[in-house]
Write a protein that binds this ligand. Structure first.
Ligand code: NAP
Length: 280
């Protein structure tokens, strides 16, 4: 049996479920994405999000602003979308150009429309284990672990990377599943000491080949969140060819976490729509 976690199939399954629910319940969810500047990678990500939304029946609005715009203008735009009852999800595409205060801007989003789960309110509610909108990539990671029946209770899980978008929300989600969580970052002294002990290893650093076979134990479950460009092709943070020989399960890049992130954005948009409209 293959040890490859198939994120494409898992995402198709989730998208199909959402499509059926949207049609059956006659839902009209609408996602708005604000982009500032013309970052090439962002252009591609937004195109993928638009395509995915349209494939399940979620309306999509792309607001593209030049990087000459002021922070205040972006905030005004967010406030306009907050007040527009036809908009259910608001996402500010990151990174913003240098000089923009990402934290300040994102925190202007109404938490009920914050489909990236990055406002103070959603981050706090996640830590307190209240129902809230949770960042899409960590949600996607948890969904893959659930689908592949990875038991987390009492297991040693090592996260490499502590960003607000990926590593930090994962800490909370894994604790909620009773895992024992260790977190490594760029200042960690001996990462191998932690990764080698891990039953489940989740890597999100943006460094290709950071994790090599000598750093993992036999039978480990590896979730590679990283997306890096090397010689015109994509790779993760894990040396896939060698680590996959030791892993009981492993996500490929591409085709692992990436598609699940987009599917979870759709899931969050539908969730936001239902919360705003009092639908269970
Ligand atoms: P980020 O904000 O740059 O954070 C990177 C994290 O990795 C930081 O916590 C950093 O430590 C840590 N780190 C960097 N170098 C390290 C090293 N040599 N050893 C250990 N830790 C190290 O990045 P991010 O937004 O979390 O994204 C991480 C990667 O995931 C990127 O490749 C990104 O493209 C990818 N990503 C993929 C998806 C998806 O859908 N698959 C979604 C989001 C991100 P410090 O905190 O000490 O700086």
């Amino acid at each position: 049996m293959s040890n490859i976690i198939d994120g494409i199939s898992a995402s198709l399954e989730l998208k199909n479920k959402l499509k059926i629910e949207i049609e059956k319940k006659d839902l009209t969810p609408h996602l708005a994405v604000i982009q500032v500047g013309d970052n090439k990678a962002s252009n591609i990500y937004i195109k993928n999000k638009k395509r995915a939304c349209e494939s399940v029946g979620i309306s999509f609005t792309h607001i593209k602003l030049p990087d000459t715009i002021s922070e205040d203008f972006v905030i005004k735009e967010i406030k306009r979308l907050n007040n527009d009852i036809s908009i259910n999800g608001i996402l500010v595409q990151l990174p913003l150009p240098i000089g923009f205060d990402e934290g300040k801007i994102i925190n202007e989003i109404n938490p009920l429309k914050d489909v990236d789960g990055l406002t103070f309110s959603n981050v706090g509610n996640l830590a307190l284990e209240n129902d809230c909108l949770v960042s899409c990539t960590p949600l996607g990671v948890m969904e893959l672990l659930r689908l592949y029946k990875v038991d987390l209770e009492g297991k040693d899980v090592c996260i490499v990377g502590r960003s607000n978008l990926v590593g930090k929300p994962l800490i909370q989600l894994l604790l909620q599943k009773d895992a024992t969580v260790s977190v490594c970052h760029s200042k960690s002294k001996n990462i191998k000491e932690y990764t080698k002990k891990a039953d489940v290893l989740i890597v999100a650093t943006g460094h290709p080949n950071l994790i090599t076979k000598d750093m993992v134990k036999e039978g480990v479950v590896v979730i590679d969140v990283g997306i890096n460009k090397e010689n015109d092709s994509l790779c993760g943070d894990v040396s896939f060819n060698e680590v996959s020989k030791k892993a009981s399960l492993i996500t490929p890049v591409p085709g692992g976490v990436g598609p699940m992130t987009v599917a979870c954005l759709l899931k969050n948009t539908v969730k936001a729509y239902k919360i705003q409209n009092g639908i269970k």
